[in-house]
Write a protein that binds this ligand. Structure first.
Ligand code: CMC
Length: 430
C-alpha cells in the first residue's frame, strides 16, 4: 500500500500511539491501526464497519458520494454498454482487458468446467419441494468442497486458478439445475455458438430444444450480470474473505458468501422488492407504505432503497432502469403495472423529505426483479442469479487475498459488556 508521511497521534492518559496514514491510489486515505492496541491497549469499535477498511484491494473502486463504480479502473457505464460478462470476468480476475485469443481461452476454460459430478446431481433429489433456491445453491456449492478438497493447495497459484475456473464453470450449471428443478422442467444444453448470457437462457428454458432467444432479453441479462459482477468489500465478499482467511476450502468460503448474499439487506433485496410491490398492489397504497417505511416502530423498509456507500445515486440502478424500459417495450408492456408502480414509488420517495434527508435512492435491486419477471424467471431465483454474477467477484477477491504471503486470519475483537468474574455454584444451591 502506498504510504504517506502523514500520521495521526492518539493520546489516552499517559499512553500515545503515532498512527500512520496510508494513501489510496484513488479515493480516501486510511489510518493504519495495526499498532494501536500494542501502544495503548485500546481497540477500535465499528461494528458495522462504517469507517473501517478491512483490506487492501486493486479490484473495484466505489465513490459513494459521486455515484462512481469502476472495475479495475473502467467505469461501470462503459463496461455495461460495450463489454460482456465474460470479458468483465477476465478483467476482474486478470486486471486487464483481454485480447481476442485470451478471451477465447478464458471462455474455453470456463466451459471446460461446466460439468457436474453425478454424485452432486443426486444432492438435488434430497431437497423438499418448497426448498428455497438460495438454500439449494448454498448447499450445492458447499458440496463442491466435498469433491474438491484433498488436491487443493491454496498456496499454489495454479491451484487457485483451477479453483477460479471450476467455480465459474460450475455455477451456471448449478443455477440452471436449480431453476429447472423448481420449474419441473429439463435443463437445456450449452451451445458453443451462443454468448454466455444466451447460454444461461438456453440452460434455463431450452430443455425441449425449441426456445428462441430474444436478443433484448439476452442483452439485458448480460448487462445485469456485468453490473452485479463485483462491488468491493460488501457483506458477502467480506464473508468470503473472512471465512477464507482461516485457510478453509475455497468452495466453503464461496458458500459463506452465498449465505450472506441471501439476506434482504443485501442481495435478497431483489426478491423482497417484488414481494413488496405485490403487497403494495396499487399506486393508491403508496402513501401508506411510505409512512410505514418512515415509522421507526414499524420494521417495514422500502426494499431496493438506500445503500451503505452510495449517498447520491447507485449508478447500477440508473442503467437497470433504462434496461427495464427496453425489455418491457420489446414485450409491448410499456404500461407493465409492476414497473409503473415502481416508477411511481421511486418518484414519491425521492420527493419525500425523510428520504431526501437520509440520501436514500433506489439501489441496484430496485428494478432488476421487474426485468427478471418479464423474462419468465420466478422471484425465488433472483438472488440466485445475483450469486451467479457475483461469483467472479468472490473468487477474484479470494485469490487476491491468498496471493498475500503475509495473510493473517481475520479476527475482530469486541467491547465486552457481560458479567464480571464470578464463582460457579452447584445446581442444588442456585
Ligand atoms: N427504508 C426506510 N428507511 C431507510 C431505508 C429504507 N430502505 N434505508 C435506510 N433507511 C433509514 C434508516 O432507518 C436510518 O434512519 P435514521 O437515521 O432515522 O435512523 C437511515 O436511513 C440510515 O440508514 P442505515 O440503516 O444507517 O443505513 P445502512 O447503511 O446501515 O443500511 C441498507 C443500508 C441497504 C441495508 C438499508 O438502506 C436497507 O435496509 N435498504 C433496504 C434493503 C435493500 O434494498 N438492500 C439492497 C442494498 S444494494 C444491493 C446489495 O448490497 O446487495
Amino acid at each position: 500500500m502506498p504510504s504517506s508521511k502523514k500520521t495521526i497521534s492518539l493520546i489516552n492518559d499517559s499512553l500515545s500511539s503515532e498512527l500512520s496514514i496510508k494513501d489510496a491510489s484513488v479515493g480516501p486515505s486510511v489510518v493504519d491501526l495495526a499498532n494501536l492496541n500494542k501502544d495503548t491497549g485500546l481497540f477500535t469499535f465499528d461494528p458495522s464497519y462504517s469507517s473501517t477498511a478491512s483490506c487492501e484491494s486493486k479490484v473495484t473502486y466505489i465513490d459513494g458520494d459521486e455515484g462512481i463504480l469502476e472495475y479495475r479502473g473502467y467505469p461501470i457505464e462503459q463496461l455495461a454498454n460495450k463489454s460482456t460478462y465474460l470479458e468483465v470476468s477476465y478483467l476482474l480476475f486478470n486486471g486487464e482487458l483481454p485480447k481476442k485469443e485470451e478471451l477465447s481461452e478464458f471462455r474455453h476454460n470456463v466451459k471446460h468446467n461446466m460439468v457436474l459430478d453425478s454424485n452432486l446431481k443426486q444432492l438435488f433429489t434430497g431437497f423438499l419441494p418448497n426448498a428455497h433456491p438460495m438454500g439449494m445453491l448454498m448447499s450445492s456449492v458447499a458440496a463442491l468442497s466435498t469433491i474438491y478438497h484433498e488436491d487443493i493447495d491454496i498456496r499454489n497459484p495454479h491451484h487457485r486458478e483451477a479453483f477460479f475456473f471450476n467455480v465459474l464453470g460450475k455455477m451456471p450449471v448449478l443455477v440452471a439445475t436449480i431453476f429447472n428443478q423448481i420449474n419441473g422442467t429439463k435443463i437445456g444444453s450449452y451451445n458453443e455458438e451462443r454468448s454466455y448470457a444466451e447460454n444461461i437462457l438456453t440452460l434455463f428454458f431450452d430443455g425441449r430444444g425449441d426456445y428462441e432467444i430474444n436478443p433484448v432479453f439476452s442483452q439485458a441479462l448480460d448487462i445485469l450480470l456485468v453490473l452485479h459482477a463485483d462491488h468491493e468489500q460488501n457483506c458477502s465478499t467480506s464473508s468470503v474473505r473472512l471465512t477464507g482467511s482461516s485457510g478453509t476450502n475455497p468452495y466453503a468460503a464461496i458458500a459463506a458468501g452465498i449465505a450472506a448474499l441471501w439476506g434482504p439487506s443485501h442481495g435478497g433485496a431483489n426478491e423482497a422488492v417484488v414481494r413488496m410491490l405485490k403487497e403494495i398492489g396499487s399506486p393508491k397504497n403508496i402513501p401508506t407504505y411510505i409512512e410505514k417505511a418512515k415509522d421507526k416502530s414499524d420494521p417495514f423498509k422500502l426494499m431496493g432503497f438506500g445503500h451503505r456507500v452510495y449517498k447520491n445515486f447507485d449508478p447500477r440502478a440508473t442503467i437497470i432502469r433504462g434496461e427495464c424500459h427496453k425489455v418491457l417495450g420489446q414485450l409491448n408492456q410499456d404500461n407493465n403495472p409492476m414497473f409503473e408502480l415502481a416508477l411511481q414509488l421511486e418518484e414519491i420517495a425521492l420527493n419525500d423529505q425523510y428520504f431526501v434527508d437520509r440520501n436514500l435512492y433506489p439501489n441496484v435491486d430496485f428494478y432488476s426483479g421487474v426485468i427478471y419477471q418479464a423474462m419468465g424467471i420466478p422471484k425465488e431465483m433472483f438472488t440466485v442469479i445475483f450469486a451467479l454474477a457475483r461469483t467472479v467477484g468472490w473468487a477474484t477477491h479470494w485469490c487476491e487475498m491468498m496471493e498475500n504471503p503475509a495473510l493473517k486470519i481475520g479476527r475482530p475483537r469486541q467491547l465486552y459488556l457481560g458479567s464480571e468474574k464470578r464463582d460457579y455454584i452447584s445446581i442444588d444451591q442456585r
